[in-house]
Write a protein that binds this ligand. Structure first.
Ligand SMILES: [Zn+2]
Length: 465
């Protein structure tokens, strides 16, 4: 979605194209995109002349003769193209203004979320949608902004900044950039932002948006009405789109998480929340060498929380034992203890494995969250085989994926006295590709422990120095 700098760029490109052009005809292919009365819109603009294009928030505002105003929002994929009236319309054209000089301006919208709306000079700022927009960073009163943040309760600052009634002009890209520049964690609760931090948000928003405007915006996709015109700002971005690449300030892998459904990138070290632990998640398939990695971190000052150990302690609890025997029969409990050999056998049936997972995983996740909340450690490593797509994934500041091939896995399982065939069959569903993609560090654990240690030591940012 184009953000303020992109819309500003488009405005600047459109100004010379439309200024002084008189509308001879309007061809509309999708009346639904006109959110005011479409028939009035089409009838009242013919014969009028474009005087100027301005921008308010992410809205383009076309000013015409007789005080008429057209408000337009590009939303996801809306684009304006200049052309000739004789050009064949594109199938995604929403509307074409044909001008008296034979040229035309097309509003094209593949995703159909863009809007057009007729208003007038007297009213357009006083009515929605423009009346709902908060101040842009350069017009922002910091005290009012700070008070607004304090009213947001526990909403993450990342989400609060996307609310255009509070501050207008920051979308997903520049929100991440501003928080990176101000060293504020995107998960930080908006009401905990200090006045000083609110001032920093204003200052960095102005600097970053001005820089983006100067660079013609970002061309994550092309929004530009003239071919060959493309923004350069994507080369200047330090956080957005850079998940799992080294932080430009400290070298720690930037982390991409989801906040309010929006992809969010931050540096776990530079944007660390004071008083909260740094959480490293170690994951990988069975017998891949996860515990060697988490033990290495533990010996370097991390508190280790081990999901397998939590499962073992849960198996000692009577509620859990009762749950297992009602799921898998009384045979699941032998001499008062969970019969793991019996469980292994029934788990070869995929449906049983799903039953067990949906029973035991929520308990494990809850226990780990409790341990983290009660911890006073500065750094915590959680060793969790099924971390990917679990509720724990989002709380990790770094994911380490430990990879081993089947040959290595079999050798290690035999060493542990396990039947490799059964163990590998039960654990065959591990999402290797997904884990690798989400990991900030991928460890190849097919070699011996010394090799592994050397590899871990090469990531010096893992240690708190
Ligand atoms: Zn950093």
């Amino acid at each position: 979605m184009p953000e303020l700098p992109e819309v500003e760029t488009i405005k600047t490109i459109l100004q010379p194209i439309v200024k002084g052009k008189s509308i001879k005809d309007i061809r509309c292919f999708r009346k639904k995109s006109i959110v005011s009365d479409p028939d009035v819109f089409l009838a009242s603009l013919i014969g009028e002349t474009f005087l100027d294009v301005t921008r308010k928030g992410k809205f383009l505002v076309f000013h015409l003769t007789h005080d008429k105003v057209v408000i337009s929002h590009l939303r996801m994929e809306g684009k304006y193209f200049e052309g000739r009236s004789s050009d064949v319309p594109d199938k995604h054209d929403v509307l074409i203004y044909d001008f008296t000089d034979g040229s035309s301006l097309r509003f094209n919208d593949v995703r159909k979320f863009g809007i057009l709306m007729l208003s007038n000079e007297k009213d357009y700022l006083l009515n929605p949608p423009l009346s709902l927009l908060g101040p842009e960073p350069w017009d922002l009163d910091v005290n009012t902004f700070h008070k607004g943040l304090q009213r947001r309760k526990s909403e993450p600052i990342k989400e609060a900044l996307l609310d255009q009634t509070l501050i207008s002009g920051l979308g997903n890209i520049y929100d991440d950039e501003v928080l990176f520049a101000t060293k504020i964690n995107p998960k930080m609760e908006a009401n905990l932002i200090s006045l000083k931090q609110a001032e920093a948000i204003k200052k960095e928003s102005i600097r970053i948006l001005r820089e983006a405007i100067k660079n013609g915006g970002s061309t994550i996709r092309s929004y530009h009405p003239k071919e060959g015109v493309s923004g350069m700002m994507q080369n200047e971005l330090l956080a957005y789109g850079k998940g799992n690449t080294p932080c430009s300030r400290c070298g720690f892998p930037l982390r991409k998480i989801s906040i309010g459904g929006r992809g969010t990138v931050y540096c776990p070290i530079c944007q660390h929340i004071e008083g909260k632990p740094l959480i490293v998640g170690v994951t990988g398939p069975i017998a891949s060498g996860k515990s060697s990695v988490s033990t290495y971190l533990e010996s370097n000052g991390y508190q280790k929380i081990d999901a397998d150990a939590i499962v073992s302690s849960l198996y000692m609890e009577s509620d859990v034992k009762n749950g297992l025997s009602s799921l898998f029969g009384e045979e699941a409990i032998k001499d008062g203890n969970v019969d793991r050999d019996y469980l292994s056998k029934v788990l070869l049936d995929g449906a049983n494995k799903e039953k067990l997972d949906s029973f035991i995983h929520p308990l494990v996740y809850k226990r780990i969250e409790e341990e983290i909340n009660n911890s006073k450690a500065k750094r915590i490593v959680i060793d969790v085989p099924l971390l990917i797509d679990s509720p724990l994934e989002e709380i990790c500041d770094l994911i380490i994926y430990v990879e081993a091939n089947e040959k290595t896995q079999i050798a290690r399982l035999v060493e542990r006295g396990k039947d490799p065939k059964t163990s590998l069959a039960i654990n065959s569903g591990f999402p290797r590709g997904k884990a690798k993609k989400k990991a900030g560090i991928v460890i190849d654990a097919n070699y011996d422990i010394n090799h592994l240690k050397k590899e871990l030591e090469s990531y010096d940012f893992l240690l708190d120095k």
